[in-house]
Design a protein around this ligand. Structure first.
Ligand code: NDP
Ligand code: MG
Length: 331
């Protein structure tokens, strides 16, 4: 079992006379900044003046400033704006204020690991990454608990980077649940792998391929939608609550036998080979380069793929069927 760190392993006092700039007030920014504030720490939220978040952060009772002002005043700067814009904002508004002794913090390692942000050598660079969405980071904190987080140290110029990171984790409530140490490399590469191969990419492709297989064989698209997409949530909820064992326990014996014997024929040697190739492209930086260029050229591939996906039959059928489901949030 990996070593876990908790509140008792952290000292909030190391942040007592410091100022923390949380850049961004979106999912993570709103959760983390409010928790830090409620932990009695000095927080400034760094934002753009004309953006929607400015009012929201003020309304939440926080001190708000431009990104540059916040970065200038702060000892610890936490980057919680979308990953693809971090480099520009960093270069224009943050880098000029990074003096020796400051700490630059992230909740995802992409920009550091793939050299989009290259910080000066005399500052600390760390990651505190909650393993859950911002609203849960906030809600669990107000309930006296927290969401577990990853801690990583990339640069330790002061010799106190770990102490700062653990205190930050305590401030957002994460150390109540547990903190696991990792590296920027491990966090970034496994995060990209998970979302490409399994969670988003693999899952969406599996849904579409099984739907198409049924429809091409002459079954009604509506029935295919229920079987290949709709019911996935029930299965994932069981896995989430109690691992694969709970899911196998709750489904029928027919589903258990069929699933256990046929599953490995679907995700087979060929699929495993494709997974290894995807991992290699992440590790050697090819994916990162492709994604950065995609952003710099106004998302030509992403826009085209989104359009194609939107026109897929499963999306049209799904829209009609979901309109019959009164319990779902309005689209
Ligand atoms: P969001 O997309 O929710 O961030 C939006 C915020 O960024 C808004 O407050 C927005 O302000 C602000 N923003 C956008 N552009 C600028 C700009 N040019 N200058 C200043 N502020 C700007 O980000 P997330 O919270 O999803 O992600 C933040 C980081 O956390 C990322 O590194 C991500 O990988 C990581 N992470 C995210 C998780 C999640 O649950 N979403 C989970 C774990 C890690 P405005 O209103 O002005 O647009
Ligand atoms: Mg992830």
């Amino acid at each position: 079992m990996v070593k876990m760190f908790y509140d008792k392993d952290a000292n909030l006092d190391v942040l007592k006379n410091k100022t923390i700039a949380v850049i961004g007030f979106g999912s993570q920014g709103a959760g983390q900044s409010q928790n830090l504030h409620d932990s009695g720490l000095n927080v400034i939220v760094g934002l753009r003046e004309n953006g929607a978040s400015w009012k929201a952060a003020k309304k939440a009772g926080l001190t708000v400033a431009t990104v540059a002002e916040a970065a200038k005043k702060a000892d610890i700067i936490q980057m919680l704006i979308p990953d693809e814009i971090q480099r520009d904002v960093y270069e224009k508004e943050i880098a000029p204020h990074l003096k020796k002794g400051k700490t630059l913090c992230f909740s995802h390692g992409f920009n550091i690991h793939f050299n989009q942000i290259v910080p000066p050598k005399d500052i600390d660079v760390i990651m505190v990454a909650p393993k859950g969405p911002g609203f849960l980071v906030r809600r669990t904190y107000t309930e006296g608990a927290g969401v577990p987080a990853l801690l990583a140290i990339y640069q330790d110029a002061s010799g106190k980077a770990r102490e700062t990171g653990m205190a930050y984790a305590k401030g957002i409530g994460a150390a109540r649940a547990g903190v696991i140490e990792t590296t920027f490399k491990e966090e970034t590469e496994t995060d990209l792998f998970g979302e490409q191969v399994d969670l988003c990419g693999g899952c969406a492709s599996m849904i579409k391929a099984s739907f198409e297989t049924l429809v091409e064989a002459g079954y009604q698209p509506e029935i295919a939608y229920f079987e290949t997409l709709h019911e996935l949530k029930l299965i994932v909820d069981l896995i989430h609550e109690g691992g694969l064992a709970k899911m196998w326990r709750y489904v029928s014996n027919t589903a258990e036998y069929g699933g256990m014997t046929v599953g490995p024929r679907i995700i087979n040697e060929q699929s495993r080979q494709a997974m290894k190739e995807a991992l290699a492209r992440i590790q050697n930086g090819e994916f990162a380069k492709e994604f950065v260029l995609e952003g710099r050229t106004n998302r030509p591939v992403l826009n085209a793929l989104e359009r194609q996906e939107h026109e897929h039959q499963i999306e049209k059928v799904g829209k009609e069927l979901r309109a019959m489901m009164s319990w779902l949030p309005k689209e």
